[in-house]
Design a protein around this ligand. Structure first.
Ligand SMILES: [Zn+2]
Ligand SMILES: [Zn+2]
Length: 244
């Protein structure tokens, strides 16, 4: 299997270190033909972009680079955070509609929109990080929230399922099956991703293998994800960034 794209990278517009140009150049140097700049949505605590319109600014900047870096196609998207138990994202649909790619994911630290949501969703999720029984309860809440997100937004990729906050990966894969939404095999975080691949195979959901790079140096570093899907014999035609 060969990969031609890395659809999840961050720049200094959110919590990454490089510029969009550096990420795009790094991807081209790795031999990729596509790369996406996907900074964090604005409500990520200490990690988000300045505001929703920042994505339009990034889009303009990347469009201006096209003639300088002609060998690679650069997409501009966002990694939006799920910020409520009914699956709302921290980015308005008017902005999402102007982006090439939408990644949605659960992140523990963000600024809630309403006090009610903070008490019922945000804070219990934080508590669940340190308490096993609370964790199991939040697994079902988070899964429902993510499934709702997948149904109500044009989500291309669900980032790092079951990484920082618990999710029923099998249930998520079932919701993504038959849709354009891929589950991510995230090579930037070291955790057990076998269940993601197995569940995607079980239900016929797609996968995306992404670096989640926060430095230009790690853009396109996808080898561990590739090795995993190959070891589990996941079909390449169901990997959205694989050549087939
Ligand atoms: Zn993330
Ligand atoms: Zn990310």
């Amino acid at each position: 299997m060969k990969l031609f794209a890395d659809y999840h990278t961050h720049t200094k517009y959110s919590d990454g270190r490089g510029t969009p140009a550096q990420n795009i150049e790094a991807a081209a140097e790795r031999g990729l033909s596509e790369v996406a700049i996907t900074d964090h949505g604005p409500r990520g605590l200490g990690i988000g972009v300045a505001g929703p319109e920042t994505f339009l600014q990034i889009r303009e900047e990347v469009a201006g680079l096209a003639t300088l870096l002609p060998d690679i196609r650069a997409l501009v998207g966002a990694e939006a955070a799920v910020i409520s138990s009914d699956g709302r994202l921290d980015l308005p649909k008017e902005i999402i509609n102007q982006l090439d790619l939408l990644i949605a994911g659960l992140h523990p630290y963000y600024i809630p929109e309403k006090l009610g949501e903070a008490l019922l969703y945000t804070l219990p999720n934080l508590a669940a990080r340190f308490n096993r029984s609370a964790r199991e309860k939040m697994r079902s809440t988070n899964t429902k929230a993510l499934v709702e997100t997948v149904h109500s937004y044009p989500v291309d990729i669900v980032s790092h399922p079951d990484l920082m906050l618990p999710v029923d990966v099998d249930e998520l894969a079932r919701a993504c099956a038959g849709k354009e939404t891929a589950l991510e095999v995230n090579t930037g975080h070291n955790y057990n991703k076998e269940e993601i691949v197995r569940s995607a195979a079980r239900w016929g959901a797609r996968l995306a293998i992404n670096s989640d790079a926060h430095y230009p140096e790690t853009v396109g570093e996808l080898a561990s994800g590739l090795a995993l899907v190959e070891r589990l014999r996941f079909p390449s035609e169901m990997v959205i960034n694989a050549v087939h």
